[in-house]
Write a protein that binds this ligand. Structure first.
Ligand SMILES: [Mg+2]
Length: 168
């Protein structure tokens, strides 16, 4: 198998995960990172575009579940409530705890799920540790030096990804 840090797909944003593509792939559960994947750091509530996307997915029988590493006690909770989805906060990615909890709570198996997130060493590695398909999204904003450096460090793993042009 390829290195567990190499994403299976790269998309430009979560909106590339359309109901049609997900259904074709047999996916009924989207596990999603929060910060820089669904919203900018500090953005407290879900945008109208996100709510619209969730609605489309739900109509196709596809559920969204947030798996966030945020250590701020209310961050994931408040955002998830505004988005109308379940969540696990302080999930310990790349550990598998949060992924396993999400699968258990939703009653889905690994094959029915995919993970989307903006970071290699938490979202992608964690998804593969849990046996889940891993989709890397471009971060919404690289708005500080630390995030830009981290993005640079992740470059080789993006380069090794076999599908860089989104879901098929
Ligand atoms: Mg993130």
């Amino acid at each position: 198998m390829a290195l567990p840090q190499v994403p299976d797909y790269i998309v430009s944003s979560v909106f590339d995960l359309t109901p049609e593509k997900l259904t074709r792939m047999g996916k009924t559960l989207v596990l999603a990172d929060l910060d820089n994947t669904l919203a900018r750091y500090g953005e407290k509530t879900a945008s109208a575009a996100l709510l619209n996307w969730k609605e489309e997915l739900e109509q196709a029988g596809i559920q969204i579940y947030i798996v966030s590493n945020s250590r701020k006690p209310t961050r994931a909770k408040r955002f998830s409530e505004s988005f109308g989805v379940s969540f696990v906060g302080h999930s310990g990615k790349p550990g598998t705890k949060g992924f396993l909890r999400a699968l258990k709570e939703t009653g889905k198996n690994r094959q029915q799920a995919l993970m989307v997130g903006d970071q290699i060493f938490t979202d992608i590695w964690g998804a593969h540790n849990a046996g889940v398909l891993a989709v890397l999204t471009q971060p919404i904003a690289l708005d500080n030096l630390f995030r830009r450096l981290r993005y640079l460090v992740e470059t080789p793993f993006r380069a090794l990804c076999p599908h860089k042009e989104g879901l098929e």
